[in-house]
Write a protein that binds this ligand. Structure first.
Ligand SMILES: [Zn+2]
Length: 471
């Protein structure tokens, strides 16, 4: 278990979660009063995983291209929530609950929903309120959606950007109203987004059947349950006639009967197996993937569940068997490295993680895991390498507190306490712990020569107008 993890917020302090966070690095939210959805969820509000993010990017890229949005560099954010939801809060990010991935049995079902959401984006259905979010930190948006009003309220006071208005709205409006104004659309906009979604799917030679299947399921669901319906249904009204109109339109597409590419279906199944293994109860995992199931996704789920809940030796044997089947799959090496790292064998984790990085073309989140293994191996010979790998990874993934925490440890080992304090301050800042961030940054300032780049960065944190979590 990684020592750094024990200092993380209460919500992710449990042992099994420390393992999860090494893979799915947290953008931790430290607010204690999280409402229903967040309380149900375990762990940090945002899940980070290279394999899942890559799949979602591959799903959205062609859609965004035909929608004329490819240049916007839209980021995929996976929310730690088992209910079905996918939404665009602004023009910068598409949010997807992991529940939406789990509940979509085919890529086409999820792609259909993403196409519909892109329809909202391309149609300019985002209110002014939402557009202001583009300048807001991801974790602040999620805090607001989850109803953690304190963060948003604080931003209203300190806000030097668009966050201020959002914060103000979040305080004055009851949570549910704030959430609705963020997520809900008018009936006409829904129909337009359906039409745009079908158009994007047809232009990319994909079927709109999955979109129809998902929406049809929600229509049936909302007929039978007034309460407890997925948040997606609450924010996207789905009267039967709308879904009927969608079916009629979708069936005119020459691609209506087109099936997902088997390779893409396999990637989808692998990601669902991984999410199940990491996020669901052990008995649920084995109910979804019984031992008698010898498919690759089932074996992936078994290997991860064994490393999380069983013994390392058996897990490694299972992972090695997976590597034999797909020797070029970076994520099998990643999970091997992670299992070793979390199992207390950081030095042995280094080789598989190097291979994972090579095969994934330098995925920054895996580089951070390697940085962690290098630091944890307690071998001074690795210190410089850890620093350069972590810095390179953070340059591409600047919102990852775990990377900064590892960087702080590496600098500490080197005896560079100015850089160590600065990196710790950056980690605290990203976690939303601004009091600690300011204290560490103030101390870092005293260690740097005035006006040097490190001093300037530390000064930025000290003077940032950001809210404290406890006010
Ligand atoms: Zn919609």
């Amino acid at each position: 278990m990684n020592k750094e993890m024990t200092e993380r917020p209460r919500a992710i302090a449990r042992r099994s979660l420390s393992k999860l966070t090494a893979l799915m690095t947290a953008l931790a939210l430290t607010n204690a009063s999280l409402p229903v959805h967040a309380q149900q969820a375990k762990g940090p509000p945002v899940l980070r995983d290279t394999e899942t993010e890559q799949l979602l990017r591959d799903y959205t890229r062609p859609i965004l291209r035909v929608a004329g949005l490819e240049k916007q560099n839209i980021q995929m954010v996976i929310i730690n929530d088992s209910s079905f939801n996918a939404f665009v809060a602004d023009g910068r990010r598409i949010f997807v609950n992991y529940g939406a991935i789990m509940q979509s049995t085919t890529p086409n079902q999820l792609i259909g929903v993403l196409a519909h959401e892109t329809g909202h984006l391309a149609g300019g259905h985002l209110s002014k309120f939402r557009e202001q979010l583009a300048r807001t930190q991801t974790q602040l948006i999620i805090a607001m959606l989850l109803g953690a009003g304190a963060l948003a309220a604080g931003a209203a006071r300190g806000g030097s950007n668009g966050a201020s208005n959002i914060g103000a709205a979040a305080i004055s409006a009851p949570q549910e109203i704030a959430r609705r104004s963020l997520l809900s659309y008018q009936r006409q906009q829904e129909e337009n987004a359906d039409r745009a979604g079908v158009k994007f799917l047809t232009a990319t030679h994909q079927s709109a059947k999955g979109m129809y299947e998902t929406f049809k399921r929600f229509t049936d669901e909302s007929l039978f349950s007034a309460h407890g319906a997925d948040p997606y249904v609450q924010s996207h009204p789905m009267p039967a006639d709308r879904v009927a109109a969608l079916a009629e339109l979708a069936k005119t597409s020459p691609y209506w009967d087109k099936k997902d590419d088997p390779a893409l279906q396999m990637r989808h199944d692998m990601v669902r197996a991984k999410i199940s293994a990491f996020m669901e109860r052990q008995d649920t995992v084995y109910r979804r993937y019984p031992m008698s199931d010898t498919s690759l996704p089932a074996r992936y789920a078994h290997a991860i569940a064994t490393y999380l809940h069983g013994d390392l030796r058996s897990a490694l044997a299972q992972i090695d068997a997976l590597i034999k089947v797909e020797p070029q799959n970076p994520y099998f090496y990643e999970v091997r490295g992670q299992a070793l790292l979390e199992g207390g064998h950081p030095a042995e984790a280094i080789a598989p993680l190097r291979r994972a990085i090579q095969l994934s073309h330098n995925a920054p989140l895996i580089e951070m895991l390697l940085g962690q293994a290098l630091v944890a191996s307690n071998n001074k010979a690795y210190t410089e390498e850890a620093i350069s790998i972590l810095r390179a990874a953070l340059a591409r993934e600047p919102e990852a507190p775990l990377g900064y925490m590892q960087l702080a440890m590496a600098y500490g080992r080197k005896g560079d306490y100015a850089q160590a304090d600065l990196a710790s301050a950056q980690a605290a800042y990203l976690r939303g712990d601004n009091k600690t961030a300011r204290e560490l940054a103030s101390r870092a300032k005293t260690r740097f020569a005035i006006g040097t780049p490190g001093w300037v960065k530390a000064d930025d944190i000290v003077s940032a107008k950001i809210p404290d979590k406890k006010n």
